[in-house]
Design a protein around this ligand. Sequence first.
Ligand SMILES: NC(=O)c1ccc[n+]([C@@H]2O[C@H](COP(=O)([O-])OP(=O)(O)OC[C@H]3O[C@@H](n4cnc5c(N)ncnc54)[C@H](OP(=O)(O)O)[C@@H]3O)[C@@H](O)[C@H]2O)c1
Length: 359
Amino acid sequence: MKKKVAIIGVTGSVGQEFVVSLNNHPWFEIVQIAASNKSAGKKYLESIKDAGSGIINWHPASPIPEYVKDMTVDKVEDIKIDNIDLVFSSIESEAAREIESKFAKFVPVISTSSAYRYDEDVPILIPGINDEHVDLIDVQKKNRNWNGFVAPIPNCTTTGLAITLKPLYEQFGTNKVIMTSMQAISGAGRTPGVPAMDITDNIIPYIPNEEKKVRIETAKILGKINEGKINNANIKISCTCTRVPVIDGHTESVSIETSKPIDPTLVKKSYEEYFNDLNILSLPSAPPKYYEIHDEPTRPQPRIDREINDGMTTSIGRLEKEIIFDHGIKYVLFSHNKKMGSAKGAILLAELLYKKGKI
Ligand SMILES: NC(=O)c1ccc[n+]([C@@H]2O[C@H](COP(=O)([O-])OP(=O)(O)OC[C@H]3O[C@@H](n4cnc5c(N)ncnc54)[C@H](OP(=O)(O)O)[C@@H]3O)[C@@H](O)[C@H]2O)c1
């Protein structure tokens, strides 16, 4: 029997991707959807219409699935907890802190928000990258006396960085990372979102709180778990996060200093070996390839690469020795912020936790 799930924040950028990626899911069935009071009581199709213009604000690349159009959007407090096994939460982080804990007392909550990411007993999980951190969930349940738990995925800019750093960090040692991001508009969500007048023909060189999130989250994800605690990776990360006029997908220019000698051939081999050892590839939302390495110097590009394996593959190009370090490598990565970086990545995490018997 399928697990019954509720999506909260179902009208937003990430919520809409949950609706798409859970359509006909083999293990999960959406039984309730919720958003803020503004949307509550409306049919889904009505709830995503702009109140002033009546324009349907639908962001995914695929059409609105039929099954959801006539579902009624509930208030969060009207979710019938006895009728669900799992919650996917994609609400903005301030509201998420209180709301997610109300559910986590009873059922697992897989969250795309940052509300709990920085708590000591909460792992930030990327399937295939730090699966051993799943053990922290039992610590969290015990600490808080919860039957459920909160399992967040990272910020969408951290995701591509952590996925590409992991094999290199393990094999070559990574001391310093310099990263400049070129982040998509959809990463800012719908409310308030980024006004077209501000982003069209423009680059905004600052995204509030983003750089700190990337620094803290990357060190936590690459950290080691020991006796119920994560010891963060000892790695210095400097980042500059910018917003660019791209709809979906974050591009990041990365330079790293390593302890051991490194070059593009060794890096390619490292990704290949890491991929061959991954044991999450049988999960329904896992891509057939985790890494796509491009030799063509004009890749990756958002428009060409965002749909590869339904946005679940991280593309890497421009692999070159980084000459400012004794040992170092530089590359450009592309990661889909709403697929691997949020909704579908969160579903992949739920699948992993289901397989591990946590859901
Ligand atoms: N966008 C991305 O690429 C991305 C990637 C990774 C993580 N995230 C994180 O995921 C979360 C959602 O992001 P988003 O981009 O989807 O934001 P969004 O487009 O602004 O959507 C926010 C959603 O939260 C609902 N909401 C807001 N306040 C609420 C409340 N008090 N109670 C119940 N529902 C409430 C909204 O409902 P109404 O429509 O009714 O207002 C809407 O469904 C955020 O925490 C964000 O940081 C986003």
